[in-house]
Structure formats: C-alpha cells, structure tokens
Design a protein around this ligand. Structure first.
Ligand SMILES: Nc1ncnc2c1ncn2[C@@H]1O[C@H](COP(=O)(O)OP(=O)(O)O)[C@@H](O)[C@H]1O
Ligand SMILES: [Mg+2]
Length: 392
C-alpha cells in the first residue's frame, strides 16, 4: 500500500538520544497508547533505524547532545516530512526551541510538565494522512462502466492469489456490491458495520467482519440489503484500507464504476490500478476519459494497467491497433470473451474451480503473473511438488 495514511493501530515511535530518566518519563506519558521501543537508539544509529522502522513519530533527546539533536532532526525531516518530530528536554529555553523549530521539529516537550502535549503529538502522528508506506499490496479495480467484468475479474484475481497468500477482497462498490454473491457467500457482517465503528477498528475487529470463502479468500462485503447503505468519508475509507493492508498480503478492491470517494481514495493508495474496459467503442471511450482523470490525480503511469475484457478476436471492426491508438497507450492485459464467465457468476464459483484450462482462466493466470512478476505461479508450482512429495 502506498502512503498508508491514517493508522488504525498504535503509532510506532522511535526514541533517539534520551537519557534513562527522560525515557522513564516518556513511558509514563505515553503508556499503552504507543508502540514504544524497548531501548533508546543512539544518535549515530538514528537514520538507519528510521529507515528500518518507518516510525510515525520520532522523539529526540535535547539534553545529551543538543547540536547532534538538531542535525538529526533536520536530516529526518528532510527524509520524511510526514514524520512527527518531537524534541524532548528537561528544561525549556527559547534559543533551543527556535533552533528545533527551524530544523523541522513539530513540538518541544519539557517532561514531565508537557506530558499532555506529547500525547497530543502522538495522537496527531497516529491519525494523520500519509503516515508512510506499509502493509500488503493494494490492487484497485475500476470499471470503465457498469457490467464490464470488474467484479468477475476482482473475485478471480483474489482466487488465484489465495492458495499462497493472505487475500482480502474489499467490496467498495456501494451501488451494486455483489462480490460476496459471486462467491455464493451470504454476509452476516458487512463493510458498513466497520464504517460505523471506525474508532474501534483494529485487526481483531476486521477479522470479525470478513466472510471467509473455502478458497481462503476473505471478503469485506457490502450488506445484503441496499437499504442499509450510507455515505462513506475518505478518512474512513483510508482507515479501512490501512487496516486491511496491514492484515493481509493482498487487498483486492472492487471499486465498481462510480467515481465516488471510495474509488478515488483507493486509487490514490493502490500499488496497482486495474482499469477494466470491454471490447466496444463506449468502453474504450470511457477508459480514455478515466485515464485522463488518473493523470490529473497525479497517479504515476506505472501503477495503471488497462485490462481489455471480453476480447473477441473475431471483432475486426475494433482491432487492437485502433483501441491502442484511441487510448494513446498499450493495453496491458487481455481477457477473452468466454461463456464460462456467465456460468461462474450464476453458480457463484471461481473460474478455476469450473475449468482450469478455459481461455478465460488462463488469461486470468497471465494477469496474476504480470501483477506479481510471476511469483504466485512459481510458488503454486513448488507447492504442488511439495504436496506430491508428502504423499509419497
Ligand atoms: N470475459 C468475459 N466473457 C464473457 N462474459 C463476461 C466476461 N467478463 C464478464 N462477463 C459477464 O459480464 C457480466 C458482468 O460482470 P461483472 O463482473 O458483474 O461486471 P461489473 O462488476 O463491471 O459490473 C457477468 O454476468 C459476466 O457473466
Ligand atoms: Mg461489479
């Protein structure tokens, strides 16, 4: 996941160059609210630790070596302006405070008097947007219009990944929301229950809200009745995605085809955006418009992949060269028109369960290989060899 945003768990804190007394006061002030390290990092290891831990908040002792604290603060600030930098001191003085602010420190905290200020800074670090890159891979699917196969592809992409990875399929199609139905699942808990309880969202709560398919795909589903729909805010969307990305290796997001806040937010943080088009003129036109939108959103081209679904070689009226000319880019993934799709949807089954060798199943395998650099196929292969060895 890219710039994971608002954290759902306790913030990670790095503590640099504070003495034992100050560390005790930090523990007293933050207690269970933060993931505090067991020890203090010396000034000279600060940057290496920072790169390793990617903390949301860094506390730097000002009493041991003031000049070093300023130098490190400036270096950290330059590396990540998102990190909340806090100076920790036993006494206040204006000259040191000004130097700290110039170096990029957010707060100058004198302990124990300013314990409340330190807690506030922690809170800010925990709930601010863009608090670093973490967690599993987020793959968002955007349909260029309704009925292009967004859900079918999302569900079967999840189905290809789930034998070797922890996968969560997130249904962000607030209008249609039929991902669970594609897997013949009846959700008892829905994504809306999560949105209603965002303040309590953590890994345990997430686990209580997913429906699990026998293929090991976990689904964060839309409710069965559309009556219980409600507006979701981008902040809530970020928190749900952050929690899912932390708990799973792959987070497959079905954004449907509306350009609502959930779809836009998911695209902003996704590692891959799959733009689904069908082999017809309106589909290609809409895809071009969405590509324009993605460009104005400042999303890097490398993250965007165009999928041409329901590709029909016999459709000579719209050959690939014309499609690519109109899109002014290459089509990355082609999925064949295949009757197996309708059967899979109607039976609530995965394509690979129905027919491993069907053209559409093979195309989906190729799509997964492209998205994972072939890693999943390799692992599946070695997995089957292990199975054979064990049986032997
Ligand atoms: N490659 C394909 N070949 C044949 N039919 C397809 C293909 N992809 C999707 N479909 C059909 O299109 C219909 C709509 O698919 P769906 O995934 O619900 O679209 P969306 O989520 O974009 O609205 C499904 O009923 C499915 O049978
Ligand atoms: Mg759909």
């Amino acid at each position: 996941m890219r710039s994971a945003g608002i954290s759902s768990n306790a913030a990670t804190v790095l503590v640099i160059g504070v003495d034992a007394r100050a560390m005790g006061l930090v523990r007293e002030a933050l207690g269970a609210e933060a993931a505090l390290p067991s020890g203090v990092t010396p000034y000279e290891d600060a940057l290496a630790m920072m790169r390793k831990m990617r903390p949301e908040m860094v506390l730097v002792g000002f009493d041991t070596d003031f000049e070093e604290a300023i130098r490190i603060g400036a270096a950290i600030h330059q590396e990540s302006t998102r990190t909340v930098l806090v100076a920790i001191a036993a006494r206040s003085d204006n000259a040191r405070l000004r130097a700290a602010m110039r170096a990029g420190y957010r707060e100058f905290v004198v302990l124990p008097d300013d314990a409340e200020l330190l807690r506030q800074a922690l809170h800010e670090a925990t709930f601010r947007e863009g608090a670093g890159d973490d967690g599993g891979e987020v793959i968002a699917l955007w349909g260029s219009k309704g009925g292009v196969g967004t859900t079918l592809l999302g569900v079967n992409l999840a189905g290809e990944l789930s034998p070797v990875h922890r996968v969560c399929l997130v249904d962000f199609d607030f209008a249609m929301g039929d991902a669970a139905a594609f897997l013949d699942l009846t959700p008892t808990q829905s994504i809306h229950d999560l949105f209603r309880n965002l303040h309590r969202l953590d890994e345990r709560m997430l686990a209580g809200h997913v429906v699990v398919h026998p293929s090991k795909i976990h689904v964060l589903a839309q409710p069965a009745e559309l009556a219980s729909r409600e507006e979701v805010q981008p902040e809530g969307v970020m928190r749900v995605l952050t929690a899912v990305a932390r708990a799973y290796q792959y987070c497959i997001v079905d954004c449907g085809n509306s350009l609502d806040s959930a779809a836009m937010t998911a695209a902003t943080v996704a590692d891959h955006i799959l733009l689904v088009a069908t082999h017809d003129v309106p589909g290609i036109k809409n895809t071009w418009r969405r590509l324009q939108l993605i460009e104005t959103m400042g999303i890097e081209k490398e993250r965007v992949h165009v999928i041409l679904n329901r590709f029909d070689r016999k459709n000579t009226a719209l050959p690939m060269s014309v499609i690519e000319d109109n899109l002014r880019r290459k089509v990355d993934i082609v999925i064949s028109e295949d009757r197996l799709a309708a059967k899979a949807v109607n039976d609530g089954r995965l394509l690979r369960e129905l027919d491993r060798k069907a053209p559409i199943t093979r195309d989906i395998e190729a799509m997964v290989a492209l998205l994972t650099d072939g890693e999943v196929q390799e692992e599946k292969k070695s997995g089957s060899v292990m199975g054979w060895l064990f049986r032997f």
